[in-house]
Design a protein around this ligand. Structure first.
Ligand code: F0G
Length: 458
């Protein structure tokens, strides 16, 4: 069929009502939450774009699989089904289930890091960085220069700067236990990494004898971008592209709450026998027996089925297009966003939209709060609140001040997205009235989850 309209490739069997609130109610709720949208009750949010993590809608096939699950403590059939699907996709030998992505990170890094080590990545996600820093190591971001400039257009803005990686491997090689690449690059705007770049990273890792791990949370979205944008890839299936991405690596961490299409879960996968054995021991200590890793049998079933659905072409075409659709509407209305639109989210450039709010008065918080107040929409600041606190307790402006509108998988329809676009344009019209904030709670790691704010007047 040759029609231009891309439809949601599903019909809806079960619905969940959303709750309307008045502006006055939202004022009250936000004040109670210390002007931190993380502290709102989700019920008071009309359209929740806080994250695409664990917030997706499962398919009838996934819900059906839940009932078929085997809840045996050891050797559950559901584990083997999960293991086989992950192995088929990734090719890795050891498949270790965990309760979510950060548990895989913690187990990996606690297994292999010694104080003073360095882990390069295109951009570390916040929990990845925190799990490295807690081991007294350095998380080093080496994304290409275009990846740091919101308005720069590049088909693979998540790519690793190969020269910088080579320098890092040459100068600090003895302190580097592994190299990571995040696909897609969430902290850099949900931007993809090309196969060519992954091959380049692989070649450097071979040259310096370092293992390469993917942070694979959004591997399927990355594969779709490769299919669309990388020369010679258009006729391949997303799954075949994903398999090649994994074949270039020695292991991965994964949050199944994203491209696993599940509400909870994750895994750590790798080829190295010795590391896997140590990781398995740690797993038993904090997550659970190796055939469930902190998950119920039904979670393993949901993930196994989700990993099959996420690489289907109609799904990925709709998924990436609906994010792009929101991006196009905002851009057409003059709202500065990270270009081009990412896979799972649109990132509004708050520094450009509200230049009169200085970085350390948190323009991203000002914008996120205005979106909630005006329209009941919840997005998240990715800027100086999330990244600005230094290890010595001082504060430094982050490279970018963004508000991320992350789109849950298969949850919202086109009219929801139209509403979001209309609301963002309205807030943009009122941009001059937006004021900054200051943090009134003591500094602590990952402060963005818990910090409370006060609005600055004047
Ligand atoms: N790596 C990346 C790139 C992520 O985006 C996330 C989570 C994680 C690791 C950790 O996975 O949440 O299952 O422990 N990102 C979510 C987000 C929370 O909103 O972007 P997790």
């Amino acid at each position: 069929m040759n029609f231009r309209t891309i439809i949601e490739p599903f019909r809806i069997k079960s619905v969940e009502a959303v709750k309307y609130t008045t502006r006055e109610e939202r004022e009250g709720r936000l004040a109670e939450a210390g002007y931190n949208v993380f502290l709102l009750h989700a019920e008071d949010v009309l359209i929740d774009l806080l994250t695409d993590s664990g917030t997706g809608a499962m398919s009838a096939a996934q819900w059906g699989a839940l009932m078929q699950a085997d809840e045996s403590y050891a050797g559950s059939r559901s584990y083997y089904r999960f293991r086989d699907v992950v192995r088929d996709l990734t090719g890795f030998r050891h498949i270790i289930p965990t309760h979510q992505g950060r548990a895989a990170e913690r187990i990996l890094f606690h297994t292999i890091l010694k104080p003073g080590m360095v882990v390069p990545n295109n951009n570390h996600f916040d929990t990845t960085r925190a799990n490295i820093e807690v081991e007294e190591c350095e998380a080093r971001d080496l994304v290409i220069a275009e990846g740091r400039v919101p308005s720069a257009v590049h088909p693979f803005k998540g790519n690793v700067d190969l020269d910088a990686l080579e320098r890092t491997l040459r100068d600090d090689g003895d302190r580097i236990p592994l190299v990571m690449v995040t696909v897609t690059n969430n902290s850099g705007g949900g931007q993809p990494v090309s196969l060519e770049n992954l091959r380049g990273v692989r070649a450097l890792c071979d040259q310096y004898r370092k293992p390469l791990f993917l942070d694979a949370c959004r591997f399927a979205e990355n594969a779709w971008f490769i299919k669309q944008r990388e020369p010679g890839q258009a006729s391949r299936t997303p799954k075949a592209i994903a398999q090649e991405m994994f074949s270039l690596a020695d292991g991965c961490t994964m949050s199944a709450k994203k491209d696993g299409m599940a509400n909870i879960g994750g895994f750590l996968a790798m080829n190295d026998d010795a590391w896997a054995e140590e990781a398995g021991t740690l797993l038993i200590l904090t997550e659970g027996f190796p055939t469930y890793g902190g998950l119920a049998g039904y979670d393993l079933e949901a993930i196994a089925r989700g990993l099959e659905e996420v690489v289907e072409e109609p799904y990925l075409r709709y998924r990436i297009r609906s994010t792009e659709y929101l991006g196009e509407k905002l851009q057409a209305g003059g709202v500065p966003i990270i270009q081009p639109p990412g896979g799972h989210a649109i990132y509004i450039d708050a520094r450009a939209l509200v230049p009169h709010v200085p970085p350390l008065e948190y323009p991203g918080i000002a914008l996120a709060n205005a979106l909630y107040l005006e329209a009941g929409i919840r997005g998240v600041e990715i800027g100086s609140v999330m990244f600005g606190l230094q290890r010595d307790g001082s504060e430094k402006a982050s490279a970018m001040e963004l508000v991320r509108l992350a789109i849950p998988r298969r949850v919202y329809t086109q009219s929801h997205i139209d509403y979001v676009a209309e609301a963002v344009l309205e807030v943009a019209r009122q941009r001059e009235a937006l004021r900054g904030y200051r943090i009134v709670t003591p500094p602590r790691p990952l402060r963005h989850f818990t910090a409370r704010f006060e609005r600055l007047e004047g």
